[in-house]
Design a protein around this ligand. Structure first.
Ligand code: IPE
Ligand code: IPE
Ligand code: MG
Length: 246
């Protein structure tokens, strides 16, 4: 158990969450509800990212992870995938300066090889440009699938045994953690999913072991910093036990 988990149990109430992760869902349904194209729904969804960042900064959260595109989302129609990649390009081009000014460090997790060369380059530049920032770490899960991440980690660990770097007996939770895309990032304290769906959709399966969950009917494009603040308030009323108390 982490020192933080022990402190939480001892104090009886959780302190502000260090890491909040959001499954940004409902752009398509927002578009249908408002009689506009899915593409417009995704554009409005991209604007809501700013609200989430502001919410996180206002609430003193240190890590904000946003699920932007899953490994399964590659199976959507090519026009939609291309729309989403276009939005991502725009976001990376437009927002990095603002993020930098605000003291936000950007980190992208997921299968980068699936992304096009120019997007990979933009991500590398953005990560490099913001690497010394420390107010908030913004983690974007892109072309991300948790099972894929775990399979990768298993391969890395197996390789280290084959090369003699470690023996079977020294494999522990830390060796797996070190091999995940999220290495060095604390586990999420709170996972929010918008749009009323109540599932993880292959998101942070390992990391969510003791996360609190909040499912809201708000569709992602309608998400505001106020929605974020309300989620934090709900989280603060929870009793996190980490299995240590009845
Ligand atoms: C979330 O909105 C955006 C992505 C998954 C990329 P959706 O596109 O899944 O919207 P719904 O679920 O169809 O409403
Ligand atoms: C999960 O949403 C992925 C993202 C929000 C990026 P989906 O809309 O793809 O998930 P399902 O298909 O409803 O499970
Ligand atoms: Mg969806």
């Amino acid at each position: 158990m982490t020192a933080e988990a022990i402190a939480t149990i001892e104090s009886g109430a959780p302190s502000a969450p260090k890491h909040v992760a959001i499954i940004m869902d409902g752009n398509g349904r927002w578009a249908a509800k408002n009689g506009v194209s899915r593409s417009k729904g995704h554009r409005k969804g991209a604007d809501a990212v700013r609200e989430a960042i502001e919410g996180a900064i206002n609430c003193g959260v240190s890590y904000l992870t946003l699920y932007a595109f899953s490994s399964e989302n590659w199976n959507r129609p090519p026009e939609e995938v291309s729309d989403l990649m276009g939005l991502l390009r725009m976001y990376l081009k437009k927002e990095v300066r603002t993020l930098s000014k605000e003291g936000v460090k950007l980190r992208v997790i997921g299968q980068r090889n699936a992304l096009s060369r120019d997007i990979k380059d933009m991500i590398e530049t953005a990560e490099d440009r913001t690497k010394n920032n420390s107010r908030l770490t913004l983690v974007i899960a892109l072309s991300y699938g948790s099972r894929d991440e775990i399979v990768n980690a298993v391969k890395t660990v197996a390789q280290s045994v084959l090369t003699g770097e470690q023996s079977l007996d020294t494999i522990d939770e830390m060796s797996v953690e070190r091999s995940l895309f999220t290495h060095g990032i604390p586990d999420p304290d709170l996972i929010i999913r918008t749009s009323g769906e109540q599932r993880l959709s292959n998101f942070l399966l390992w990391q969510a072991a003791y996360a609190e969950f909040l499912f809201t009917p708000v569709l992602w494009p309608d998400f505001t910093s106020q929605t974020f603040a309300e989620a934090i308030e709900d989280y603060l009323s929870r009793d996190r036990r980490f299995g240590a108390r009845p």
